[in-house]
Ligand binder design. Structure first.
Ligand code: ZN
Length: 343
């Protein structure tokens, strides 16, 4: 069984070999803990300046990262590794147990809780632990997400607009190692307090992702997560071996798309029953029909046709059949060249 940690100072991040922990965060209103899983591996093949930190379960109802990173906890062998790998497969452990986006303990979305607060509610205390104890262990930070019950995305890795050219170019390079069909540059303005916001601001090579949807465990999404992280370890020399292609032979080059302005995130104009007629990752023209919003208060009424406001790629579609007014219905991203971000 993993070692239960009550005092953060008892985690020896320098200890050679592989060590499994459960970090105990006391509950806010009763006696007990959320036991957050943590695995620290210090490879026996010597040091490496590029420690790699991976998170799954930042949202509890997104399983590709939880499963992919749990498998890495078991499979990565300290004898074959150089440098340090830190793995947290269920960061918002209470949300993972509850199969929910946010923690049921404090109602907080872990991916809005950063930089956290050592005297805050449980999610805020976990975020502060990550910021102060985990981020210093590496310069590469990977947070594996999927759409949960919110949206359907094409398989993608993602990052925000990054002002620093060298950091941006390195992130863009590493984002391709997951061999998803798309890499998405997404807006910083839709939300704040993200784990990736904090890591990017610290200058880390920071990768987000969307690798499935619907609170399921997507087979290919797990493969992108698991093999993609191993590709990152290979890229930086923590693991030996060549970068592995994850999609089938002959797949198109990874496409870079951008939705960095809020007007690309289009709200549903009203409540309704949503019938999409395009799929995530599809190219659409300006004015093309994306879907229909049906009103069953009069089943003889025509639907509201939802049209693409511009040409581009469908980067996100509302997943559920029942969007409410104001919820993001779709995102159309524009194509951009890798040279724009890699200099
Ligand atoms: Zn998520």
């Amino acid at each position: 069984m993993p070692t239960v940690i009550h005092n953060f100072d008892d985690i020896d991040f320098e200890l050679p070999g592989k060590h499994h922990y459960q970090v105990a965060f006391h509950l806010d209103g009763s006696w007990g803990y959320s036991l957050v899983p943590l695995t620290v591996i210090n490879g026996r093949r010597g040091p490496n300046p590029n420690g790699v930190i991976c998170f799954g379960g930042t949202h509890g109802n997104e399983y590709e990262g939880q499963v992919g990173i749990k498998r890495l906890c078991a499979d990565l062998d300290a004898g074959q590794l150089a440098g340090r790998v830190v793995l947290m497969p269920q960061l918002s452990e209470s949300a993972c147990v509850a199969n929910s986006r946010a923690s049921p303990l404090d109602g907080v979305n872990m991916n809005r809780a950063f930089p956290g607060n050592p005297r805050g509610t449980i999610s805020s205390r976990i975020a502060h632990f990550v910021k102060t104890r985990i981020f210093p262990q590496g310069r590469v930070v990977i947070d594996i997400h999927s759409g949960g019950m919110e949206g359907a995305f094409p398989y993608c890795t993602s990052f925000h607009p990054i002002p620093d050219p060298a950091q941006r170019a390195e992130i863009a390079k590493v984002s391709q190692l997951f061999d998803t069909g798309f890499v998405l540059i997404y807006s910083s303005a839709m939300a704040s307090g993200l784990l990736t916001d904090e890591a990017e601001a610290e200058g880390k090579v920071t990768i987000g992702s969307e690798l499935g949807a619907g609170a399921s465990t997507d087979r290919l999404g797990v493969r992108h997560a698991y093999e993609g992280v191993k590709n990152v370890l290979r890229h930086y020399g923590l693991l030996d071996g060549e970068i592995v292609k994850i999609r089938p032979p002959g797949a198109a080059p990874v496409r870079l798309i951008r939705a960095d302005k809020l007007d690309a995130y289009v709200p549903s104009p009203r409540n309704g029953v949503w019938e999409p007629v395009v799929h995530p990752g599809q190219a659409v023209d300006k004015g093309e029909l994306l879907g229909r919003l049906h009103d069953f208060s009069d089943h003889s009424s025509p639907p509201a046709d939802i049209l693409a406001p511009r040409a581009g790629w469908v980067a996100m579609l509302h997943l559920g059949a029942r969007p409410i007014k104001g919820q993001t219905l779709f995102v159309i991203a524009e194509n951009i060249e890798w040279s724009e971000v890699m200099g």
